[in-house]
Design a protein around this ligand. Structure first.
Ligand code: UDP
Ligand code: MG
Length: 309
């Protein structure tokens, strides 16, 4: 059996060789063949040169190098597109995803599961990442039809069929966590302890993560739009009721209201609600705009495998 390991990387010069060594060691004890596909997502450090020299020494190593930084989602898509394995494992390059888990993943795949998902134990993670993450998963339960589970990341093994299905989802704004879930297929999981990043810093700041979470909610359904509709409806109903009461009051008692507070609060509230709803509609329109451009998700500058963009 051939197992493809897909590794997106961006400025990870210090980690590539260690990861390569660890993965190679894992496969020393396995009867399976493997290919290690590195996707260099426009690194500005020495990553590409390291990849080139690794691939010269070891024929298991393949690399595809982008013309600039297109983001991890694009890199993963490209990696899956070029994976030839019976099963494919996606993992980060910073050693946060332990390669030692791969044999267990393969065993579960051989038991018949199409997806084997690494679930990370968040206990060791920093407070600043854990709290928003758990808030996101709680919120997503109500807002998203696809269920995300806390701790599920991109570290997973997928059968060829799953990979083919993912590749059929060609959208530009990708939220892989949701796409992996959306395609279905039988699924199981393995727990692992999330290691500290080996070298370098995380490429995802807290703001980028919030953005990413927002993407996840918007790109999977139209519930936020529905919410605007409900909010609008409820507000309209309450306002009508208020107008009616005020009108009856005027008929019975004559006009005798200073009214400053009611006017200013309704202007501010309605204005806020309208801007909020417009913002949500804008998010969807923005996505339609990008999808309609139909730009490529990545551009390959060089590679040691064939170019078939
Ligand atoms: N990565 C990438 N392109 C990017 C950002 C990150 O290919 O634009 C890679 C990165 O090199 C790493 C993986 O995606 O292999 C996860 O990134 P990181 O470790 O920074 O994220 P975190 O683990 O903090 O969520
Ligand atoms: Mg990391």
């Amino acid at each position: 059996m051939l197992i493809s390991i897909v590794v997106p990387l961006y400025n990870e010069e210090t980690n590539i060789s260690i990861l390569h060594e660890k993965v190679s060691n894992v496969f020393l004890n396995l009867a399976h063949q493997f290919e290690l596909i590195f996707i260099n997502d426009g690194s500005s450090d020495n990553s590409l040169n390291i990849l080139k020299s690794l691939s010269d020494k070891d024929s298991h190593v393949k690399y595809i190098s982008f013309s600039k930084n297109f983001g991890k989602e694009s890199a993963m898509y490209c990696g899956l597109k070029h994976a030839n394995g019976d099963a494919t494992v996606i993992m980060d390059s910073d050693l946060q995803h332990p390669p030692e888990l791969i044999p267990d993943m393969i065993n579960l795949y051989q038991d018949g599961y199409h997806q084997v998902v690494g679930i990370r134990n968040r206990k060791k993670e920093s407070f600043i990442k854990r709290i928003p993450a758990s808030a996101f998963y709680k919120l997503s339960k109500y807002l998203v039809e696809v269920k995300f589970k806390s701790g599920e990341g991109d570290f997973r093994l997928m059968s060829q069929q799953v990979v083919d299905s993912i590749l059929k989802l060609t959208e530009y704004n990708r939220f892989s966590k949701g796409l992996f879930e959306w395609v279905g297929f039988s699924k199981t999981s393995i727990q692992y302890y999330h290691q500290e990043r080996n070298e370098g810093k995380s490429k995802y700041s807290i703001f980028k993560l919030i953005d990413y979470g927002f993407d996840g909610i918007i790109s999977f359904n139209n519930k936020p739009l529905r919410l605007c509709f409900y909010f609008g409806g409820i507000t309209m109903f309450v306002c009508l009721l208020y107008i009616l009461i005020s009108f009856i009051n005027i008929l019975m008692n004559g006009i005798d209201e200073p009214g400053y507070f009611t006017i200013i609060s309704s202007i501010l509230f309605l204005g806020g609600l309208q801007l909020f709803s417009l913002g949500i509609i804008g998010e969807y329109i923005g996505r339609i705009y990008f999808e309609s451009k139909d730009r490529p998700k990545y551009i390959i500058e060089q590679s040691n495998i064939f170019e078939d963009q």
